[in-house]
Design a protein around this ligand. Sequence first.
Ligand SMILES: [Zn+2]
Length: 458
Amino acid sequence: MKLFQKILCAGFCLLLAGGLFAGEVKNVMWVIGDGMGPELMGFFMQGVRYGNVPGYPEKISHLEKLTQEGQMGVYFNNTYDTVVTDSAASATQMATGAFTRPGVIGKDFNDAPVSTLLEIAKEKGKSIGVITDSYVTDATPAGFSAHASNRGEKREIARQQIDLGLDVISGGGLKYFTTGENKGLLNYAKKKGYQVARNKKELEQVQKGKLLGLFSEEAMPLSIEMQNYTHLPSLTEQVKKSIELLEKNKNGFVLMVEAGKIDWAAHANDAGSVWAEMKVLDEALAYIKKYADEHPGTLIYLNADHDTGLGAFTYQHLGKEQVQKKTAQGEVLYSGDMDYASFKQYELFEKQKRSLYYVQEELKRIPAEQLTAELVQEKLTEALGYPVDVSGFENLQDIPGVIRQFDLSRGLVWATPSHSSSMLLSVAYGPEADEFTGVYHNTDMLPRMLKALGWDKK
Ligand SMILES: [Zn+2]
């Protein structure tokens, strides 16, 4: 090909890429795993692939499928002047593109309000919504839909969410809409066209108008304990109904979906609970991806606000104990004192019935002199759903220490009960997904999203 032909071709291809397909994003589903650091994504994908867990006959998670077929990016999430962030600053930086400080909602580091993606989308004529399986005034949904100097101003955030006119507000947090200065807020919301749903049945009945789903007084229960709350909708059920309402707008919609309790499970350094929360996200991703595949013009943008816990499997010396790996015929392949952790652990996560957080809280309330090995063992066995042996554990009065010893016995370690500064992974799937590749910062997300939507041009 001659040089001028090459230039012509390059120019035409650029025109095609930048012109013809620009603005083809009609719907955006921005999915956030709160606290979902890369190690927790890997933990889940690996468990589904190799852990012999039920529900995945093809041995691949929806998270992995989305990642395989989508575009991956890596990003930092530091705030204006701190290395580590919280959910408020992170959601704010993602939704507004402005640097801020921990604890701040929808405002920059000088405390000036900044427009969020959802506000911009509403002005552009799209329907907008926030969904969470924690509570709707919590930092992540708030950062996309309100402006407050302090994430603790939950009633103020609730009022702003109604005033913004979000087409969908769905999650827990009824209390912030019904108490204190917000006693009349539900009536006000109804006058503004909201249908209030307080349980799964009421959610199913909403057919039109704006949805105000408030399914629990505060946060919704941890997913590992959701089987005791069958009147509550799952995250997927919330997503399904919300899309049904939002897609009525022919201009499309922008919806933020948060799997909000991965963070809480990881704060508790509770691997089985993290596993359960990741499954909830994965189920929602299955539905969301199917919707995107059936509705061209739908962009999925999956990411995390920050990492929590930095937890992973590790290997350890067992001292004089011997570990042997044998073939099916009994031939010894490996013999030594090193335990490299077993995939069996992923199967065991499936047996867990209660959050280790509540078990710890319960044990802490028992007077030290009554804390016997039998009692600790009984509580752990009951929560985990399989026999736990604590006979070799030291200092049973130190409950977090007991949990750490138990974790180590199954090959698990956590670096922190708080957030870490770990880099994070994003996955974009659908039109303009390649806007979200490379190494970037969470303040770059909004400009990239505006570009994907064709709204960056003045
Ligand atoms: Zn957190």
